[in-house]
Design a protein around this ligand. Structure first.
Ligand code: EPZ
Length: 430
């Protein structure tokens, strides 16, 4: 089984290019089948989750061409099945976006119940409530969510919680409903806006994405488009945090600094310098880190997907920090692994109380999920000695060439598979 071998202790310095946003790419891929015409998508991240979705699209008859590594050409004109139920899609969350997309276009869809990172309950009631409000009959049978409508009719939908997935899913279906829909208490994340922009470029009529009220006038058909996915806010934030954790100096390029404001604000608070330019952000960590308090919140608040990474930084800061996770109830599982590296963190319910330590020491650790896995890699990069990080398949779900990008910043990190590889790595880095 592949693992990362990491020799920590040196500051990461240099430039890193950020790819397209995974959590925008996944619904955009699903939405791209809502037209029979050809859709050209640029800045597509080449990560495991997007590739699972591309395979699922091929399984139902969508033609996919990868023009370049980050450019895909999609044509959904010959879809022969409205059932999305492959082995791969069972394991990811974003499979549910085929419900909104296929229901919008064909008024019918059957999609396997979604998997995804084990970080909490992850209900889908708001998705189903939205589809029902648009006139669909929705049932869960034999592990499939089945949705069907004679016709979809615009409606007023109030989301009980701010949900990225439910907002996007209902927006996709409503884009092809008859009449107008309003989604209230909509999620405002940048990827929600990106999907709305993508649909509008296909001829949809969606206004207000990025605010908590989205208004949609349904259209009968959508047409082909060319579209470039926004940069990944969380990949960018992870590299920003890598500078803080390793006392480095990293310029994160090809980003939208506005999307990173909550992360930038916390980095400044804990003693880093942050310089913003049009499409890049430089983080310099030349002073000792200071403690702070953080609560994860829907956008524009501090993202839950950046919670483990900042916890790794705060565990090296002077004083006591408090991190409260308000989105997912089970997102501190990585703390046990971090403790093996010397961190002093006590978790009580959805709160972590962190007493800073001077340094981490290398250990064998395991990624419990995507973002926590990336955060543990950052910890290993700061640690004295060699660490081995396994279950990196989770990290590969959402970070393209993670170890190569880190190596470009001076990290000593290798993909290893055998005891011999590990011995070689230890020799090379000793
Ligand atoms: C998306 O998950 C992302 N996944 C997650 O990223 C991210 O952590 C999350 O949004 C929050 O930003 C994808 O985009 C594929 P939600 P999603 O619906 O859509 C509750 C990563 O690491 N809720 O916004 O599943 C839910 O339980 C992943 O890239 C309901 O109660 O998240 C949670 O507490 C991990 N009923 C809150 O809302 C519903 O019907 C927010 O969930 C839906 C959600």
């Amino acid at each position: 089984m592949e693992q990362y071998a990491i020799k920590g202790g040196n500051p990461l310095v240099g430039d890193v290019e950020i790819g397209g946003a995974k959590n925008a790419a996944l619904p955009i891929l699903a939405a791209s089948v809502m037209t029979d015409e050809t859709v050209y998508i640029d800045n597509m991240p080449d990560v495991r989750d997007t590739n699972v979705v591309l395979n699922a699209m091929q399984d139902i008859g969508v033609s996919i061409k990868r023009a370049e590594r980050h450019k895909v050409v999609v044509n959904g004109g010959n879809i022969h099945s409205l059932v999305v139920n492959g082995e791969g899609v069972k394991k990811i969350r974003a499979s549910y976006y085929f419900l909104g997309a296929l229901l919008g276009k064909y008024k019918q869809a059957e999609v396997v119940l979604p998997g995804g990172c084990d970080i909490g309950m992850r209900a889908i009631d708001q998705h189903l409530k939205g589809f029902r409000a648009l006139g669909a009959e929705v049932n869960i049978e034999y592990g499939l969510i089945k949705a069907k409508a004679e016709k979809l009719v615009g409606s007023h939908i109030y989301m009980d919680v701010s949900s990225v997935g439910a907002t996007i899913n209902v927006m996709m279906a409503a884009a092809m409903a008859e009449g107008s829909s309003t989604i209230e208490n909509a999620a405002k994340e940048p990827h929600v806006v990106d999907v709305a922009n993508f649909l509008n470029s296909m001829g949809a009529n969606i206004k207000g994405a990025g605010t908590d009220v989205i208004r949609i006038k349904g259209v009968p058909v959508l047409h082909g488009t060319e579209y470039t996915i926004i940069p990944d806010q969380i990949e960018a934030g992870t590299f920003m945090m890598a500078a803080a954790v390793t006392k480095g100096d990293i310029t994160v390029k090809n980003v939208i600094p506005k999307h990173l404001e909550s992360i930038t604000a916390k980095l400044l608070e804990i003693g880093c310098e942050v310089e913003e330019a049009d499409d890049c952000v430089r983080v310099v960590a030349s002073k000792p880190l200071k403690s702070t308090q953080i609560k994860t919140l829907p956008y524009p608040g501090y993202p839950t997907d950046m919670q483990p990474q900042i916890t790794v930084a705060l565990a090296l800061a002077s004083g006591t920090s408090i991190v409260t996770e308000s989105i997912f109830e089970n997102r501190f599982k990585y703390v046990d692994e971090l403790t093996k590296m010397g961190a002093n963190i006590k978790v009580e319910g959805n709160t972590a109380i962190i007493t800073g330590v001077d340094n981490y020491t290398g250990a064998s650790i395991s990624s419990p999920d995507l973002r926590a896995g990336a955060a543990l890699v950052l910890a290993a990069l700061a640690a004295e000695g060699v660490s081995l990080v396994d279950e990196i398949k989770y990290i590969e779900r959402g970070y393209e060439d993670f170890h190569l990008k880190l190596r470009g910043l001076g990290a000593q990190i290798d993909l290893v598979e055998t005891e011999k590889d590990i011995r070689k790595f230890r020799l090379k880095t000793s």
